[in-house]
Design a protein around this ligand. Structure first.
Ligand code: MG
Length: 167
């Protein structure tokens, strides 16, 4: 049987970067303290690093999916300088109440639903029992719970949370 991967799932806004609300441009993206170190630490321990983020700003017409992709490219450009990376980004652009036909829907992908996590699990052959999710909101916790994934609420800095889990 093929060996499965372990993964560190991370919420984005409020966990990786300062959350000003609807962060989408590289200009208002500010790394939180110790996050890069935490990612490198987990990366070196052979964890897949997977971001799981609701981005209803797309449905609300505040920014585009292309803006999100550009921002995620910038994040990985920064991480490349310290020889690590985020392996994959899953974002949900939908919202149940806002947006045009394309973006207004009750999506299974939108946290607290587990859709994005389960999609990542299939794509990357992830062993959930060896994986963990770190988030700052209740919706992150619920999404993790619904996926049978261990959850840590971010309280201090990410490096501390990562080291506290059983890495
Ligand atoms: Mg958050």
């Amino acid at each position: 049987m093929k060996i499965k991967n372990k993964a560190l799932f991370l919420d984005r806004d409020g966990v990786i970067n300062k959350n000003y609300g609807y962060v989408f441009s590289t200009k208002n993206f500010v790394w939180l303290k110790y996050v890069k170190k935490a990612i490198k630490y987990a990366y070196n321990k052979k964890y897949l690093i997977i971001v799981i983020t609701n981005q209803s700003g797309v449905a609300r017409g505040l920014y585009s999916e292309n803006d999100i992709k550009k921002l995620h490219d910038k994040i990985n450009k920064d991480l490349k300088k310290i020889n690590c990376k985020i392996h994959d980004f899953f974002y949900c652009p939908y919202h149940p109440k806002y947006g045009n036909e394309k973006y207004r829907k009750n999506s299974y992908l939108r946290k607290p639903n587990p859709g994005m996590i389960l999609k990542a699990v299939r794509k990357w052959n992830i062993d959930l029992s060896k994986s963990v999710m770190i988030g700052d909101k209740k919706i992150d916790m619920i999404a993790a719970k619904r996926s049978n994934l261990k959850f840590i609420k971010k309280k201090y800095n990410l490096l501390r949370e990562v080291k506290k889990s059983n890495f």
